[in-house]
Design a protein around this ligand. Structure first.
Ligand code: NDP
Ligand code: HSE
Length: 437
């Protein structure tokens, strides 16, 4: 059979990995796909670097639009990133009747509804396994492997860079800035690393998983996003002492009144498997009504792990490009006209437990004042520890873990507690999930 001709846009970290993996495993890949898959043309802004990777084995140009318009290209692989030129190129490729493979979660989370509608109209596929959790095949699992289930919740460590930073800080006492630099050198971090450390990249991926899990449109703007940049070593240490580890989690949960969609640092019991996922590794827990909890684990970033997902998509597209579009797996797992309009809940309506750290004066009646505020708002305390003050210090740290409660009640309690004259500074609040049911 005639080989599939692929046009590659961007031969940076993931593009380079894709070129290497596709070439190294070409024989196995063609046995799987039923025909050879070959990158015939590569577009990149940096021709010198691109030529050094390609080394004469494909045409190298600097005009990405020419690839998208090339009649000999069957599948366009977009690995430029971002929501600017990448969007234009992808829509043009679709308009030209080409299938697209991408790792661009930012683009799909923000403009996926438009892109999938365009692809459906043209009868082409947009495949995006690499957009979530690098090499972990979570899209295929959610879309196909778990298709029998009503998905109840998804909770994942889905940003390798921030997990790498948290692990190195906790295990080696490394500084935040040093570890971030290392993640950038290793090719894990986004072009703008604030996407990693402020939870935006995780929110992009969570948006995509929630859409597929619950059959809802992409709603990135409705996701709550909080990163790891304000976490202190002190809280990481206190959490450990209480039997919890802090991870940046993306959580999507189906509730009776809507869907929770949130990314934030989260205390998880250290005994849970997912709490022990370290470094650049990602893990996603999916709770289905029939299957119960399932966990997917693997490298969430890096050249070849991400290429693994890109190439798997290429094989999938090669296998199904001759199938009638109506008989392919829908982009968001549910038929496009059957997507639900169930609302994303505002953060104030979210229900979870909390770690609260308060700096207070060490004198009688302080605890009574604080617990009264919590009791008045119906917030029940699960555990409480008062730390010894350092020598010469008049203030002490009190750490409280609450039972599950509604976030707006905790917000109200924090405002009241901070107004108490015995409370010396802002309350530190970190959400806590047991992830047990
Ligand atoms: P890189 O920056 O390493 O690669 C992007 C490449 O595209 C660069 O070589 C860049 O050239 C080139 N480029 C930029 N603009 C153009 C253009 N207009 N025409 C042609 N080439 C262009 O990024 P990554 O490989 O890390 O990421 C690519 C995508 O994969 C992103 O969407 C990212 O979010 C996603 N991703 C990345 C992962 C990772 O581990 N790195 C993991 C999972 C997903 P130049 O450098 O000269 O600008
Ligand atoms: N910057 C991302 C991460 C790349 O660190 O997880 C993978 O999507």
């Amino acid at each position: 059979m005639k080989p599939i001709h692929v046009g590659l846009l961007g031969i940076g970290t993931v593009g380079g990995g894709t070129f290497t993996v596709l070439e190294r495993n070409c024989e196995e890949i063609s046995r799987r796909a039923g025909r050879a898959i070959a990158i015939t043309v590569v577009a990149d802004k940096d021709l010198t670097r691109a030529n050094s990777i390609v080394n004469g084995r494909a045409k190298v140009i600097d005009d990405a639009l020419a690839v998208v318009n090339d009649p000999n290209v069957d599948i366009v692989v977009e690995l430029i990133g971002g929501t600017g030129i990448a969007k234009e190129l992808m829509l043009k490729a679709i308009a030209n009747g080409k299938h697209v493979v991408t790792a661009n979660k930012a683009l799909l989370a923000k403009h996926g509804n438009e892109i999938f509608a365009a692809a459906q109209k043209k009868g082409v596929m947009v495949a995006f396994e690499a957009a979530v959790a690098g090499g972990v095949p979570i899209i295929k699992s959610l879309r196909e492997g778990l298709a029998a289930n009503r998905i109840e919740w998804i909770a994942g460590i889905i940003n390798g860079t921030s997990n790498f930073i948290l692990s190195e800080m906790r295990e080696k006492g490394a500084s935040f800035d040093d570890v971030l630099k290392q993640a950038q050198q290793l090719g894990y971090a986004e072009a703008d690393p604030t996407f990693d450390i402020e939870g935006i990249d995780a929110a992009h991926k969570l948006t995509i998983m929630a859409a597929i899990g619950f059959g809802i449109p992409m709603q990135f703007e409705a996701a709550y996003t909080e990163g790891i940049s304000k976490l202190t070593r002190e809280d990481i240490q206190y959490a450990e002492e209480l039997g919890y580890r802090i991870k940046l989690l993306g959580i999507a949960k189906r509730k009776a009144n809507g869907i929770e969609l949130r990314v934030h640092p989260t205390l998880i019991p250290t005994k849970r498997l997912i709490a022990n996922v370290e470094g650049v590794m990602n893990a996603i827990l999916v709770k289905g009504d029939a299957v119960g909890q399932t966990m997917f684990y693997g490298a969430g970033a890096g050249a070849e792990p991400t290429a693994s997902a890109v190439v798997a998509d290429l094989i999938d597209v090669a296998r199904t490009m001759t199938v009638d579009p109506e008989h392919r797996v829908p982009h968001l797992a549910f038929q496009p006209d059957k997507l639900s309009d169930i609302a994303i809940l505002p953060m104030g309506e979210v229900e979870t437990s909390y770690y609260l750290r308060l700096r207070v004066q060490d004198k009688p009646g302080v605890l009574a004042d604080i617990t009264r505020v919590l009791a008045d708002l119906g917030i029940s305390i699960d555990a409480m520890v008062q730390k010894e003050p350092s020598e010469g210090e008049a203030l002490v740290n009190i750490i409280m873990l609450t039972h599950r409660t509604i976030e707006k009640n905790v917000n109200a309690a924090i405002s009241k507690i901070e107004a108490l004259p015995v409370v010396a500074s802002k309350v530190t609040r970190i959400r806590l999930e047991e992830l047990d049911k």
